[in-house]
Design a protein around this ligand. Structure first.
Ligand code: SF4
Length: 463
């Protein structure tokens, strides 16, 4: 999962890209980079770590020009290394281009094999580099046409920002798996994975980049929009609403916070509990817990405090840090919990180890009962479109019944929101990918695709 930001036609382009990436930091913390253009050449700076660490003031000063794109990365394909830090930049027959990608390409392995057999030399282990090779080999002599030519060959999930010497090009795959929005600030056009980036720089949200749309934004001109791909049913990632996006973002046309609240209301209807308090697992469980509380009439209470100086468990890439992180990042408020029957609201259970530790914390803090409520269905399948869900062998719900999971995490009761409840909360099922809850993949992968994709997997996920 990654965050991308771009801006065209602003004298402070690199500074605004820096701020935009800062707002998108939750989407990836392993590496970050910005490429800018002053219409004569591209400038790039990349590094490992978070935005504030990678970009001291002098680095931003080196990023000249009124065009910029940026990327903040959490690896779902390719290892966590500087060689895989984006944006990637190349020179080719039509000039220079750099690319920032959110999503995963499902046919990247096959394409890479094909390109390597024809002489291409790859510099990274990222699926994104395949797109650059396809652009460089296109017979089209101008960048927008070469980009479209390349994108017609890739499958899977891509929200992309590219920069040439004279324009920023945005593209979203025809199914629209990953979000990408268009904004306006002081006469410049900007793009971001989530609208919270626009809020930080004072930009106005204009609209979502449509699934299958390509937009070319050159300074001083209105953006040009194309729909070069064959029409395809939309499959926006429903998990963005459940967990990933920031609650203050407007995503796929709706407020993430309000959708999460509705998930909590639906959860309360489907799985009521006799309890004294509704307690969220912070931070992503908070809106659903508010909704549960509103619907059930059980008081909402902050009974678990999060240490914000520890990374989010789900996106820490190393297993050793993940276990360490659970212990240091959450602490129950004993005075709130003691003697109470708790409804603990969380956004998902992946392996079950974190939930088990939190339930244990509540019990050790004196909770009489812990009723666990999860604001999405059981996660039973891996994601091939850009979210780092583990292999099904590690997903507790892929291998256990709800009752077995309840026993494992030692909860008094356990209830998951149904798929119907989740889609009601998002105001209708049409147009969403729900593959991690159903195992039905909108872009099918055969055994060879899956085997080929292992070329790009992070070492930690190989088995
Ligand atoms: Fe999102 Fe799940 Fe579909 Fe992946 S499989 S795109 S996480 S809904």
């Amino acid at each position: 999962m990654c965050g991308i930001f771009g801006i065209s036609g602003h004298p402070e382009a690199a500074n605004l890209a820096y701020l935009g990436l800062y707002a998108l930091q939750h989407r990836g913390q392993e590496s970050t980079g910005i490429v800018s253009s002053d219409h004569s050449t591209l400038y790039d700076e990349r590094g490992m770590g978070q935005v504030a660490d990678v970009f001291p003031r002098e680095k931003i000063r080196r990023l000249r020009g009124d065009l910029a794109i940026g990327h903040t990365r959490y690896s779902t394909a390719g290892s966590s290394a500087l060689a895989n830090a984006q944006p990637f930049r190349i020179g080719y027959h039509a000039g220079e281009i750099a690319i920032a990608h959110n999503g995963n390409l499902t046919n990247a392995g096959r394409l890479r094999n094909e390109l390597e057999s024809e002489g291409s030399i790859f510099r990274s282990s990222s699926d994104t580099e395949v797109i650059l090779h396809l652009i460089a080999r296109s017979s089209w002599r101008n960048s927008p046409d070469a980009v479209v030519d390349a994108l017609k060959r890739v499958e899977g999930a891509f929200s992309l920002l590219m920069i040439t010497r004279d324009a920023v090009i945005a593209a979203r795959d025809p199914r629209g798996f990953r979000p990408l929005s268009l904004g306006r600030v002081e006469g410049a056009w900007c793009f971001a994975s989530e609208s919270c980036a626009f809020d930080l720089i004072g930009a106005e949200f204009v609209r979502d980049v449509e699934p299958g749309e390509v937009i070319v934004a050159a300074p001083g001109k209105d953006p040009e929009s194309f729909h070069p791909f064959a029409p395809t049913p939309e499959h926006r990632c429903i998990f963005e609403y459940v967990y990933f996006a920031r609650p203050d973002s407007k995503l796929f046309g709706r407020s993430v916070h309000l959708v999460r609240k509705r998930m909590g209301q639906e959860l309360a209807k489907e799985h009521p509990a006799e309890a004294d308090l509704v307690v969220p697992v912070p931070d992503s469980g908070v809106p659903a817990a508010l909704g549960y509380s509103e619907q059930s009439g059980i008081p909402f209470e902050v009974g678990l405090i999060r240490n914000h100086y520890v990374g989010r468990t789900f996106i820490e890439p190393q297993q050793s840090i993940r276990h360490f992180g659970v212990k240091v990042k959450l602490n129950p408020v004993r005075e709130v919990i003691e003697g109470k029957r708790i409804v603990m609201v969380d956004d998902s259970i992946v392996r079950g180890t974190t939930s088990k530790k939190i339930v244990t914390m509540f019990k050790e803090a004196g909770a009489r009962e812990v009723h666990v409520r999860i604001s999405c269905p059981p996660t039973i399948a891996s994601c091939y479109y850009g979210i780092d869900t583990p292999d099904p062998s590690e997903l507790i719900a892929a291998n256990n019944t709800v009752e077995q999971i309840r026993r494992y995490i030692r909860a008094t009761s356990l209830g998951y929101l149904s798929l119907e409840g989740l889609t009601r909360a998002t105001s209708g099922a049409a147009g969403f990918c729900t593959a991690c809850y159903t195992g039905t993949y909108p872009v099918p992968l055969d055994a060879e695709d899956r085997e080929q994709l292992r070329l790009f997997e992070k070492p930690a996920r190989r088995r």
